[in-house]
Design a protein around this ligand. Structure first.
Ligand code: ADP
Ligand code: ASP
Ligand code: MG
Length: 407
């Protein structure tokens, strides 16, 4: 069982979580619980680090931000014990959750479970702080924002758990963010692939890496609400499953948006081999992660334009890198726009159906929403639009693909 920040926000809610855990124990299960920090706590801790120094040492940043989960893990163990359930916490270094040394975005390499398995068999609930691990040098690491989902899936895989139940503040995965589209529909099932694409293009209900890992390790993941009545829930959450476990496959599984990118256009780029490589090599050397890329055909003889997106937090860095490289690469100028949003539609059905892209472009065009860039994968189409149209675009596409719930 994994409980997110909203579920852990305050002692009253932690008692509610303890009740849910107790119900699983009463049903005869051995239970390991992964917890997030209280809602807002990680943001607060990140804020302290930035205030102390905008260039805070990442290893020390991890020392600070990992603390939120330590607090909730201890509190849940206390709440379980107070209700008569035997429980103990297992911190990242105690288990241990061994990770790479990439502080602030570490990857889990191995989880040692022998001691925990023995303790679970002896009837004690295990409470594990999500998001944290221990690096090769013995120092605390964190897994990147939203990383407790990945902690939970990794632990479920290591323990060979029957299920990994992710409890959050919505009762499942919806056709789009239910906070933006009230008529979004809850999906009873979604394929790993679709969930992976949706997460990677902005649906933050599950961290992308948790889905990747679940798919690879064949972990049965279920997304549920921690705010419904315990026990006979008439509307259980969403199961993430293999494609062959879905009987009636819909064309589109969902729509997602991402406002964390910025657009850069490099104009007057010499239209000859090796120049685009030089632009992106300079960005790669600065560790800038480029997403959408569009290169126009040469409309003025000999030169072309290249447009691409980068994380908004890396816009200033990217402009700086390009300015420094201008002399050697020889383009004319760079323009940028941070007020953009990427809207994506995802569905395995588009592999075998024509007209999916047209529906998207037409629905946006009819509303006067201009498309600035397009990228596709086998099961996804993404477009870049002006940020002010984000919510309208999501709603319009949701309707265009017939995803709206009956009124
Ligand atoms: P937690 O703290 O439990 O990890 P998150 O805030 O990380 O919770 O994720 C849950 C949120 O994800 C929901 O409140 C919802 O606004 C958002 N969300 C975005 N897209 C979707 C979607 N397709 N289905 C469900 N929730 C979504
Ligand atoms: N508390 C961490 C965060 O907010 C990890 C998580 O909740 O998944 O990113
Ligand atoms: Mg989350």
């Amino acid at each position: 069982m994994k409980f997110g920040g909203t579920s852990m926000a305050g002692i009253e809610r932690i008692r509610g979580v303890a009740d849910r855990v107790r119900a699983e124990v009463a049903a005869g299960h051995e239970v390991a619980v992964v917890v997030s920090a209280m809602a807002g706590e990680t943001d607060r801790l990140v804020g302290f680090c930035r205030e102390a120094s905008p260039l805070a040492d990442r290893a020390e940043y991890d020392v600070v931000v990992a603390s939120g989960e330590q607090v909730t893990a201890g509190l849940l163990a206390i709440a379980l014990q107070a209700g008569g359930t035997r429980a103990r916490s297992w911190l990242g270094w105690q288990l241990a959750v061994a990770t790479t040394d990439a502080h602030a975005s570490a990857r889990i390499e191995d989880i040692t479970t022998d001691a925990m398995l023995a303790d679970l068999a002896a009837g004690r609930v295990a409470v594990v702080p999500g998001f944290q691990g221990v690096g090769p040098d013995g120092r605390v690491t964190t897994l990147g924002r939203g990383g407790s989902d990945t902690s939970a899936v990794a632990l479920a895989a290591a323990l060979r758990a029957d299920r990994c139940d992710i409890y959050t503040d919505v009762d499942g995965v919806y056709t789009t963010d239910p906070r933006i589209v009230p008529r979004a529909r809850k999906l009873a099932r979604i394929t790993y692939e679709e969930m992976l694409e949706l997460a990677s293009v902005g649906a933050k209900v599950l961290q992308t890496r948790s889905v990747e890992l679940a798919m690879k390790e064949k972990v049965r993941v279920q997304v549920l609400s921690s705010f419904t009545a315990i026990g006979n829930d008439p509307t259980p959450g969403t199961l993430v499953v293999d494609e062959d476990e879905i009987v009636e496959q819909e064309l589109i599984a969902g729509v997602a948006y991402n406002r964390n990118e910025a657009k850069l256009t490099v104009a007057g780029v010499p239209d000859k081999p090796g120049v685009v490589a030089a632009i992106f090599a300079a960005l790669a050397a600065a560790n800038v992660n480029v997403d959408m890329i569009v290169q126009n055909i040469a409309y003025v003889a000999g030169t072309t334009d290249v447009t691409f997106t980068v994380p908004r937090t890396e816009l200033a860095l990217s402009e700086d890198v390009l300015a420094k490289a201008q002399g050697t690469i020889g383009f004319e100028h760079v323009t940028s726009d941070a007020a953009v949003a990427k809207i994506s539609v995802v569905g395995v059905g588009m592999r075998s159906h024509a007209g999916v892209a047209v529906t998207m472009f037409k629905a946006l065009g009819d509303r006067g929403i201009n498309i600035q860039a397009i990228t596709t994968s086998e099961i996804k189409i993404s477009v870049l639009i002006a940020e002010e149209y984000t919510e309208l675009a999501v709603r319009v596409l949701h309707t265009a693909y017939g995803l709206d719930a009956a009124a």
